[in-house]
Design a protein around this ligand. Sequence first.
Ligand SMILES: [Zn+2]
Length: 417
Amino acid sequence: MVTPNTVDQIYVREQNLSSVLRCLHDRTRLSRAQIANQTSLNKSTVSSLVEELINRGLIHETGTNSVGTGRPGTNLELNPQAGGIIGLELGVDFLSVVLSDFIGNILWRRFESVDPIAGEDSTIALTLSLVDDAIKDCKARNLRLLGMGVSTPGIVDLKEKVLVFAPNLHWRNIPLGRIYSQHTGVPVFIDNDGNTATIGEHLFGVARQSSNFIFVFAGVGIGGGLFLNNELYRGNNGFAGEFGHSPILWNPAFQAPCHCGNRGCWETHANQYSIIRRAEASLEVKRHSIIPQLMEQNKAPLSISLIKEAADAGDKEAIDILSETGEAIGLGFASLVNIFNPEKIILGGPLSDVGGYLLPAIKESVKKHAMPEIAHQAEILLSAFGTDASVIGAIALVVNDILLNPVHVEKEVMVES
Ligand SMILES: [Zn+2]
């Protein structure tokens, strides 16, 4: 008979399993004694929890640890081979599908361009065939599939796992969680792309161990996520993180219209289109740039990759265009610094490809426009994952669930109790 008392014991044990697993995720390699120290659990409890996590295939032993004065202990770490995880990023005009191991290393990937007006049926059918390919690869590697994460460009009902609305795709009420869990037979998690990227950066990237940071995803638009006091902040209706539509200029009548319907939004000055507009304006009046020559050679229209190529070759105009964009990005960062006093602001997404050129100007702009006492405390840096930030974040949704609930992963080896 299951009594309330045993229910409590099961709950406490599950919490302790999670503590040990998260401790190893945070610190990479530890002996049993070190885990006991870090988690304040007694050594025999830790040994039993470690045994269970090994049986579930989530951690393994690796070498010895001779740190400290005591007897060397066997090191433990997360087992990358615990299983495979599928990440899907539904972009506005692309699909990215990856298979990773348990610690986020990408093992396999596919990228497909899609027409944003193709409609949900054909796009979802394409994702399912890519997911099938990922599952085949996972089996060929002899890995069990642990779960699937989906990053979407829209508002998500987390409980029902439904994409409620994706404005750029005009999709409404798509039960993505049900579609993918029926297809794969594994747990599926979905979230908005800015939030997934933020969770991914916290779990695997440059914001590991940060309790207050902001992730800014810059591409066609500018959005992202707020990680405050150790958790993702979603806002009253789940819309938090739409930074790009904050007005940054006092006289919007003279500013380019934004696709949100307003004028003067930060992103119209700082997104990827703004770089192209600056380049077009600059090339009209300045004649020394090698950008026109590169367009001619490559038989390609003006693009960020061509501007980068010119900047890499030392083209002053290309470098100036990117610095000016960095200054505009920095204006928005300065507001974020003043409002949230973050430890870090991280720039990810397509614009991080030219991040090396943007970053010095962003930092300068923040120094100039944010309150000095707060500005110098905020580190500004590039995402560890660049354009992959959201798809890595999709993987992170699954890993996060396992770190919190290790019992969701079945035992690989049956032990006699
Ligand atoms: Zn706007």
